[in-house]
Design a binder for this molecule. Sequence first.
Ligand code: HEC
Ligand code: HEC
Ligand code: HEC
Length: 433
Amino acid sequence: MKRLGLLFLAAVVVIGAGVAIFLFKPASLPDVSEAAAKLPTGQALIDRGEYLTRAADCVACHTTAGGKPYAGGLAFKLPFGIIYSPNITADKETGIGNWTDAEFVRALHQGIDKAGQNLYPAFSYAAYAQMTTEDALAIKAYLFSLPPISAEAPKNELGFPFNQRYVMRFWNLLFVPGPLQPDPKQSEEWNRGAYLVEAMAHCGECHTPRNLMFAVNNGKKFAGAELQGWKAYNISSDKQTGIGSWTDQQLFDYLSKGHAEGRGSATGSMGEAVDFSLRHLTPEDVKAIVTYVKSVPPQTSADKAIVEAEPATLTASTAYAPAANAATQDSLGLKIFQGACASCHGWNGEGLQTPYASLKGSRTVNDPDGTNLIQVILKGAHMTTQQGRQSMPGFANAYSDVEIAALSNYVLGHFGGKQSAITPDNVANARKQ
Ligand code: HEC
Ligand code: HEC
Ligand code: HEC
């Protein structure tokens, strides 16, 4: 018995020492010389880097509203505190101007900073880990070709134990993949799409639900998730709760222009993804994304946001019929829609001055939870497109919670044929996001 006890103690000591070495040993740097030798030089390298930096949408997280691109400072409110994105311009004091190529590649592939500290996965490095070393180096070359900006990001607000960065080493071991391997059974287009979606555009970081450890749960790939008060809808090929019934052309248009006829427009962080990233991609690359996304197996979500393209409420009232509507709909909501919304969206939701304002077939006006609808009404939306700048003003200051709740219920009933019960509390909560 005594000997067993000693053996047990020895085992604990050995395992404990192993874990301690794993946690505290300095992180090694990758050898990037082979990849660097394969790259073009000068402007050709910078151009390639610019395209890839857009495809990976680094700007979205490393820029504040109205702030300088890549200068950081954007707040990420996580369940356990607030962290801020750092400055990734080439400024030597406040940015990453002193980082070597190897340090930069290690950050993208393993989420480790210059000092060897682990970064948090609010930085989408679990996606970028699948990027080739060449592409990561091209991105660095582009960022370093821009003028350095001096800007210090605010200090993170994390309590113990979440400020213990080394814990992320276990997380990385479990959840961070290696470079994406092409699938020889699939076409070249599909493989290009897979690379763009997984290693660059990181669609799953928003559209795939996370597990208890905040890692993307690929068992439910693209089944939809909630982030910062918005729903990133189910984009698996399920016909009802996903995008299985979208045509390839609709998905192509939505991604490359931010609007698809019969499917509404991209707003919130999707509007940004289109504006900053996807609309800059070549048509071939967007087509490849469409091919890959449409091949993702269906996932049924519990979502009640099922799109009814022509609900009876709309077909019955081809012209504005306030009396008929007032009988069945909240008349406060109707009055607000008439005063604040109808001039752009039309009574049939056809979109009067621009197709971007068409509400027909939009999931947002079919979701009885009203999650994105309330957000759009509060914050508005805007996007640069080939047809000029599209924009909708925000109404957060124009209407009370009671008014916005009534308006939301009216919009869902009228344009989606949905029974909803949005309350002023729902609106008050959305304001805090
Ligand atoms: C989804 C949001 C998001 C995206 C997209 C994103 N980042 Fe970040 N990034 C962050 C956050 C947040 C941090 C800070 C994490 C921390 O403090 O642990 C960070 C940290 C970094 C760091 C470490 C800098 C330092 O000073 O420690 C680098 C380098 C970096 N990002 C580069 C990039 C590049 C290059 C891209 C595009 C390929 C990119 N990021 C895309 C959110 C993002
Ligand atoms: C930063 C988070 C984020 C990223 C990255 C992102 N999305 Fe989205 N996506 C959203 C949100 C939020 C919505 C809801 C937009 C709305 O309500 O207008 C959305 C909506 C969509 C829709 C519309 C679904 C519907 O039923 O109306 C499609 C299609 C879509 N995204 C595809 C993609 C693809 C493909 C990618 C990667 C190339 C991607 N998204 C990347 C957040 C994101
Ligand atoms: C000045 C014109 C204008 C006004 C006024 C306006 N909108 Fe919009 N709305 C737009 C445009 C344009 C878009 C698409 C913007 C984009 O995608 O960037 C949009 C988008 C939307 C969307 C998202 C559509 C989708 O497919 O997801 C909803 C919902 C919406 N508006 C509802 C309203 C409501 C309710 C009001 C009244 C409080 C209103 N809008 C007032 C122009 C307007």
